[in-house]
Design a protein around this ligand. Sequence first.
Ligand SMILES: [Zn+2]
Length: 193
Amino acid sequence: MKILTRSRRIKSALQTVTKRLPGEARKTVEGFLDRVIASREWRSLGLGGFDPSSAVTAPLFRSLDDLGSERYTCQLIFHLPVVKLFSNTALIGIVAHELAHVHIAAGLGDGWHEEMKQHEPAHERRADRLAARWGFAAEIARLHEERRKTVNPILDRREPVILRRISERFEAEEQEARKRSGATSEDSNRRSS
Ligand SMILES: [Zn+2]
């Protein structure tokens, strides 16, 4: 398990949760989880939407050839703009919930991501139940309470600004890509002439 985020809040929450995990669960989670990263940007959810999730347990493909196959490992991606809206207690709940997903994924083995996508609502409940069994019931309850009472209302209010930021970033990235490919073709022209 490589922790590649520099976010002190996330690192501290990860440490708190792993310390409190039952020994077997800790070993399984640390063995199955390949890496932990964090994204600083709002993520698009296609067609004018944005991703409101605070973290996601996702497949990690090692090469383009592996895309769409079941050859992937497991990574945990935190979404910093959303994480920032939660208290430290709720963040413990978020980490416990995600590590529960990881533990369940380890039990499912190959194809865990497809299986989880297909039965998403059931897997959400299962992750909460497992985290509660590990002793994080209070933090999970806090997470849901903050999501409902403070985080979602803030996201609703800020939606236009968030969507504008995403489209500005896409435009900047496109311009950057155009500049780069323009520079490359100029270079090759120069070389061939
Ligand atoms: Zn979940």
